[in-house]
Ligand binder design. Structure first.
Ligand SMILES: *[C@@H]1O[C@H](CO)[C@@H](O)[C@H](O)[C@H]1NC(C)=O
Length: 367
């Protein structure tokens, strides 16, 4: 009995030793320490936990693959529910840069360095040599420079989120090779140039958010071929040309924001008859022609904003047969004639119709 117990104890000690010996390779540990030394986080003290040999245990935001004991995830969020924030009574703030030493963590699958407000410098170009990278999320910092031109090498990348930074330069043409990409968020940067015309190759993509950049050129019609695309936001750029009519036949498109561009031409009839579409903002463009007469009992919009365009003619009567229209804005166009009656219009205010040529009827003056 006694010998059995001590045998078990010896085995447990041996097991612990083996685990300790295996946990965190010295090379990974060195890479992490070098990554840490380029950053400065002084209010929460998250990097105080980055000490000792075993980077796989209790290093804040670091986790390892349990089989290989290689660093797999770095998840550092400047805004989170973690008690460390509550204790400090503030959100995160970090300055410094993203050290290229990170690229030595060649089993990394997740890099999240989000909402630290002041991390600057470029995305290290060597990041494209991390073959297992699935999530790259650097939202809410002050990152500058360009998106690495060979970003397309990251064939496993599912999330690319660098929104709310100061990234400039073009969308690299290799971006269309990210064949696992599901979420692309490049909003609120300084990206310029055209959207690659073959962006439709990103067949897994469900959200493409490119708003608030300096993008030019026209909207690639190939986007309409992305079967899973549900949310497309190209708002507040300098995109010109017309809206591809093919958008009307996208099966799961539910939010389309193209507001604040230089779009011209008509609003495709097929677009407004696409019954899956829920939120459409085409405000502040140069769209012309009549409002297509394609509405009916299947029409259901949470919000439809066509304000600040050059739309002419009357509001089609069919719009009053819509099932639901939460928010409608037709203001600042050249529409004329009576506003249809009907339940979708009952709750709308005069501001929805203001500044047109000669609209009349409720909620404006009587005809
Ligand atoms: C549509 O876009 C405009 C301009 O970008 C914005 O002011 C407006 O609030 C948006 N409309 C809706 C319904 O979100």
């Amino acid at each position: 009995m006694t010998s059995n117990v001590s045998l078990a104890a010896v085995a447990a000690v041996l097991l612990a030793l083996t685990l300790a010996a295996n946990a965190c390779t010295p090379a990974d540990r060195e890479a992490l320490l070098s990554f840490k030394s380029a950053l400065d986080e002084r209010y929460l003290g998250i990097f105080k936990s980055w000490s000792g040999n075993d980077c796989c245990t209790n290093w804040y935001g670091v986790s390892c693959d349990p089989e290989s004991n290689r660093v797999a995830d770095i998840v550092l969020r400047g805004e989170s529910e973690d008690p460390i924030f509550e204790k400090a009574g503030r959100s995160g703030y970090m300055s410094g840069t993203i050290s290229p030493s990170l690229c030595r963590l060649d089993r990394l699958t997740t890099l999240i360095l989000a909402d630290w407000k002041d991390i600057s410098g470029p995305i290290p170009p060597c990041i494209t040599s991390l073959p297992n990278l699935r999530i790259l999320d650097l939202i809410g910092n002050k990152i500058t420079g360009q998106i690495p031109s060979d970003v397309g090498k990251l064939r496993r990348l599912t999330v690319l989120n660098v929104a709310d930074n100061q990234i400039s330069g073009p969308l690299p043409s290799s971006i269309v090779d990210l064949n696992s990409l599901m979420h692309l968020d490049l909003s609120n940067n300084r990206l310029s140039g055209d959207i690659p015309s073959d962006i439709g190759k990103l067949s897994m993509m469900s959200r493409a958010l490119l708003s608030r950049n300096h993008l030019t050129g026209s909207i690639p019609a190939s986007l309409a071929g992305i079967y899973r695309l549900a949310d497309l936001d190209l708002s507040m750029n300098q995109i010109s040309g017309s809206i591809p009519a093919q958008f009307g036949s996208m099966p799961v498109l539910s939010t389309l924001n193209l507001d604040g561009n230089l779009l011209t031409g008509p609003i495709p009839a097929s677009l407004l008859s696409n019954s899956g579409l829920n939120i459409v903002n085409l405000s502040r463009n140069g769209l012309e022609g009549n409002l297509p007469d394609v509405f009916g009992p299947k029409t259901y919009f949470t919000a439809i904003d066509l304000s600040y365009n050059n739309l002419r003619g009357a509001i089609p009567k069919s719009l009053s047969s819509a099932k639901y229209i939460g928010h409608l804005d037709l203001s600042h166009n050249h529409l004329c004639g009576p506003i249809p009656n009907g339940s979708p219009f009952d709750h709308l205010e005069a501001s929805s119709f203001a500044n047109n040529d000669c609209l009349c009827g409720m909620p404006l003056r009587t005809c």
